[in-house]
Design a protein around this ligand. Sequence first.
Ligand SMILES: Cc1cc2nc3c(=O)[nH]c(=O)nc-3n(C[C@H](O)[C@H](O)[C@H](O)COP(=O)(O)OP(=O)(O)OC[C@H]3O[C@@H](n4cnc5c(N)ncnc54)[C@H](O)[C@@H]3O)c2cc1C
Length: 379
Amino acid sequence: MFTFSDDQQALIEAARATAQAELAPTVKADDEAELFRKDLFQRLGAAGLCGVPTAEQWGGLGLGYVEYALVIEEIAKVAPAYAVAVAVSGLPQVTLAQFGNDEQRARWMPGLAAGELLGAFALSEPGSGSDAGSLRTTAVREGNTYRLNGTKFWITHGGYADVYVVMARTGGPGPKGISAFLVPAGTPGLSFGKKEEKMGLRASPTVEMILEDAVIPVENRIGNEGNGFLVAMSALDSGRITIAATALGISQAALDCAGRYAVARKQFDQAIIDFQAVGFMLADMAVRIEQARLLTHKAAWLKDQRMPFSHIAAMAKCAATDCGMSVTTDAVQVLGGYGYTREYPLERLMRDAKVMQIVEGTNQVQRVVIARHLKRGWD
Ligand SMILES: Cc1cc2nc3c(=O)[nH]c(=O)nc-3n(C[C@H](O)[C@H](O)[C@H](O)COP(=O)(O)OP(=O)(O)OC[C@H]3O[C@@H](n4cnc5c(N)ncnc54)[C@H](O)[C@@H]3O)c2cc1C
């Protein structure tokens, strides 16, 4: 838990080398152009990085979430949008591993794990974000098919993905009326609307998804009717570990950039790192990162041990993403005026860090999860 095995160290180094070789050359330009390159994602897949925790039987590396978190942190140090791509494309994999049947696994998991296929996860809607149980997209059973109608919002990889896990209402109001479905790209009636113009994570496409009489076979339902909310929440529990890992990568990259600058930059005839005010700022950043990393790895380890991990994953998500925002903000400060320019990556990392406090359950919602867990222990 506190040190890495030789195999884990080798995985970290492989992920680092791949991210440097494949993602570093275009990360700045792609942020400015708001460009997602599916071929880069596929190259991460070719290097074995898109199915780390997926069983070997289904095309993955068959490792745990600890290894998954390590890989995602390395990718995020270079290009957070692609760490998110790996994390989001992992959501259909973890969903099918837990709730799918063997036909669905055989159809989708090997391609997703190899990065040949890109996955997406469609829960949010214009009127339902944190309150996901109130979603309004409908799936009406007609013999051996379901007819889907509704609008999904904020869909990462919308229009780029090969398969979407879609939550839709098959029953009455509330979470118990929701079911989960696999909707392949190209399904008639599936289309995409507005692409969001975002503050950060600009190389990751966030798109409106429209379902107008989209008909899918009944075999595309994941699990039973009415368990879609459980499917979604289980996927997001695991997803929070990957968002935490992404925030760790962003934080570490910002600290390394600020630290190197503080050693090289001289004012008043001395390196600015030797001003205690600057050195302590860097020390505090390192403390916050180390704390958040320990929590993230603990959440991943608990999941790998098949022990309850939701509340620790929620803590890790809060700690790591709050750390991401504060560390990137302080890193800009360490560089002074240069930190505020696009010459250095810090303003981009700061913009990328912000969204981590919002996605896969806002940090307020994580605190609701943690408080509820604590209350149960005190009842
Ligand atoms: C870049 C990006 C990518 C995304 N990708 C996806 C995706 O791939 N798939 C998908 O389904 N969704 C995706 N989302 C949606 C994301 O999950 C939602 O934005 C998030 O869950 C918050 O929902 P909301 O934006 O509707 O905010 P709201 O739920 O309206 O929240 C607004 C504010 O109210 C607070 N709030 C709400 N409820 C409570 C409460 N009970 N207690 C305390 N405070 C509360 C929130 O914390 C927040 O500060 C993405 C969003 C972004 C920005």
